[in-house]
Design a protein around this ligand. Structure first.
Ligand SMILES: NC(=O)c1ccc[n+]([C@@H]2O[C@H](COP(=O)([O-])OP(=O)(O)OC[C@H]3O[C@@H](n4cnc5c(N)ncnc54)[C@H](OP(=O)(O)O)[C@@H]3O)[C@@H](O)[C@H]2O)c1
Length: 362
């Protein structure tokens, strides 16, 4: 069996290691992983790996993989199928959706079993946000039945998109007249633009690389699109809230200088331009800003609306967005670690193309 280990301080430095599964312990299940998706979000998991705890989702010491604590396993979203079970209540063949390492298989210690899924209660996951240790049975939720290939690519990102729209509306858009989305070609930004446009509350402006501008315009989700070199073409008199998926501090500084006091809030969501993130220190302006952590917002809304209410509200936007994806995204399926590595390297350098979704099985 194989798994991928990444150097935590140099993501291009990877090793493929083999492991022996050994005997499945009592109370555990053994799951075959795949297909799983790879997007820029997975790179951000590594950038914030120590801060948020993503490096401890999967124990790198499991199966005696490595004694080198400098290496870790990047989490990906995808499907898994139970191959062996020593846990009464979860039978062989059951299919689930959740967080996995890039590996052929994984042993899990289920707990909190319900009709809908379970939690992996392994000790090394105890400090993590609950959302990252939960697994859903796909046959228990009809929303998994549609566009099976698109789900691992878009589902975790769209949940964030929906929650950003909900958050901005809840805050009355921080008094802004328009919303500007950075890394507008990213799937998380596309979902956010889709939700904002569907609710019709504020015009949505996309900001992207020159090479991705035509793609962004083609989706029809944005009222206007600019590239990073044309920020000064935007009307500076319009009160603006920025949703930043890029983490590019150079772009943020230009926006601050351009909009001045009309920049009412910066919602920091991601770091797709992760190589740029640390280059320019943030400017100390008066613009209010905060990091948006989707699992915390989801927790609040589940408390407000109940689990079923949350699923219903999210589903109202999710299903039509999922249907729209065939018009702007093509999913490619690939098998084997070499295919993963090739795509992973392109992903690190922002070369995997916004119009594609990638699924892998080892
Ligand atoms: N806070 C949260 O809870 C949360 C949840 C979900 C996602 N996110 C964040 O949202 C961001 C987008 O994630 P995604 O999975 O939706 O991305 P994606 O679809 O894979 O994004 C691809 C786009 O990101 C930009 N990009 C990616 N890598 C780059 C690189 N190395 N250099 C320059 N540009 C690069 C490019 O957009 P442009 O040319 O348009 O800039 C590219 O078209 C990520 O940073 C992710 O962490 C945050």
């Amino acid at each position: 069996m194989q798994t991928l280990l990444v150097n935590k301080t140099d993501f291009a430095d990877v090793s493929i290691v083999s492991y022996d599964e050994g005997e499945l312990p009592d109370g555990q299940i053994r799951v075959d992983i795949g297909p799983f998706a790879l997007t820029a979000n997975n790179v951000t998991y590594m950038v914030t790996g120590d801060q948020i705890g993503y490096w401890s989702v999967f124990d790198p010491m499991a199966y005696d993989l490595t004694k080198d604590k400098a290496q870790g396993r990047m989490p990906v979203w995808g499907y898994g199928v139970v191959r062996d079970s020593n846990y009464p209540g979860i039978e062989v063949g059951r299919k689930m959706y959740g967080f996995f390492p890039i590996a052929k298989s994984m042993d899990m210690q289920p707990g909190r079993l319900s009709d809908h899924g379970f939690t992996d209660i392994a000790a090394h996951r105890s400090g993590l946000h609950g959302l990252y240790s939960g697994y859903s049975f796909t046959d228990a939720d009809p929303s998994y039945a549609k566009h099976v290939d698109l789900q691992p690519v878009l589902r975790p990102l769209f949940t964030t998109s929906y929650l950003i729209d909900d958050f901005l509306a809840d805050e009355d858009f921080f008094g802004a007249e328009q919303v500007v989305l950075l890394s507008a070609s990213s799937k998380t930004a596309l979902g956010t633009a889709y939700c904002l446009k569907a609710s019709g509350s504020r015009p949505v402006v996309g900001l992207t690389s020159a090479g991705n501008k035509a793609f962004v315009e083609g989706t029809g989700f944005y009222n206007e699109t600019f590239d990073y070199d044309s920020i000064t073409d935007m009307n500076p008199d319009v009160k603006t809230v920025v949703v930043d998926m890029s983490g590019n501090m150079g772009v943020i500084r230009t926006l601050e200088d351009h909009f001045e006091e009309n920049l009412t809030y910066i919602c920091r969501v991601g770091m797709s331009h992760w190589q740029e993130a640390a280059k320019v220190p943030p400017k100390r302006t008066a613009t209010p800003t905060a990091f948006f952590f989707a699992p915390d917002r989801a927790k609040k809304r589940i408390a407000d609306w109940g689990q079923a209410g949350f699923a219903e509200n999210l589903g109202r936007r999710w299903m039509p967005f999922l249907d729209s994806a065939k018009d702007w995204m093509h999913v490619e399926n690939a098998q084997g670690i070499e295919a993963v590595l090739e795509n992973y390297k392109a992903l690190l350098n922002g070369q995997s193309g916004p119009d594609k979704g990638y699924l892998f099985t080892l």
